[in-house]
Write a new protein. Structure first.
Length: 226
């Protein structure tokens, strides 16, 4: 599993290559995005790449809002053969021409539809626009009672470069003994200008309270059946 995570960290957005790598070691790869829902690796890659085009018609925000295409989100899962142990990863990617966040505490959440089995080892990584590793996340809730693991993401800007331009959050799920249909979903809420007051999350839902004026944009993936 570590080799797969390393590949994902070193090649963010390369879903075709990631799928090929996973399958080359006898694993199973799945992906869903906020644009396509569950799709092929090629479909995810093409849809997300198109969204990053700075000439997009949504590139200019309406007054009082963030551009609707400021960032994209995706969720992937992989397991070794028929192993009950599944790594689930949520990822986000801000537009390369977007910077300037203030009070920039964003929130990422991986939600699960079942409490069966055992989830462990929540981890995260972030990278700036140049690919440098920044690690600006803080685990907020391990999801023991909510089935949703939540991280705060400090997306501060330095020299017009977003320190969390892209990132990934991952949880390992041992589904031994589970008989339910297992699903996971990823939600990310970008925030500009407001301080976080409260966060609550569940499968398919993320609610955040702010103090002060804020511009917030939330994106979520369709549930991925594992």
């Amino acid at each position: 599993m570590a080799e797969i995570e390393n590949y994902q960290n070193e090649n963010p957005g390369d879903y075709v290559g990631l799928e090929q790598f996973v399958e080359s070691i006898g694993g199973e790869f799945k992906v869903s995005t906020n644009i396509t829902g569950p799709t092929t690796a090629k479909g995810a890659e093409e849809a997300l790449a198109k969204n990053s085009d700075p000439t997009s018609t949504d590139a200019i925000a309406a007054a009082g809002s963030l551009p609707s295409d400021s960032f994209t989100v995706a969720i992937t899962s992989f397991r070794q053969g028929t192993s009950p142990i599944i790594d689930v990863t949520g990822s986000w990617d801000w537009r390369n021409d977007f910077a300037g966040q203030t009070d920039p505490r964003d929130v990422a959440s991986l939600g699960f539809n079942s409490s069966c089995g055992a989830r462990s080892n929540p981890r995260a990584t972030t990278q700036d626009l140049n690919g440098g590793v920044t690690n600006t996340t803080t685990l907020y809730d391990s999801g023991v009672t909510t089935n949703s693991v939540v991280w705060e993401v400090d997306a501060a800007v330095s020299g017009f470069v977003n320190s969390a331009d892209q990132g990934r959050v991952t949880v390992t799920w041992d589904t031994s003994g589970c008989t339910d249909t297992l699903q996971a979903g990823f939600i990310y809420e970008g925030n500009q200008g407001g301080s976080l007051d409260s966060i609550s999350a569940s499968f398919g839902a993320l609610s955040i309270g702010y103090s002060g004026g804020t511009l917030a944009l939330q994106k979520s993936t369709a549930p991925l059946t594992l």
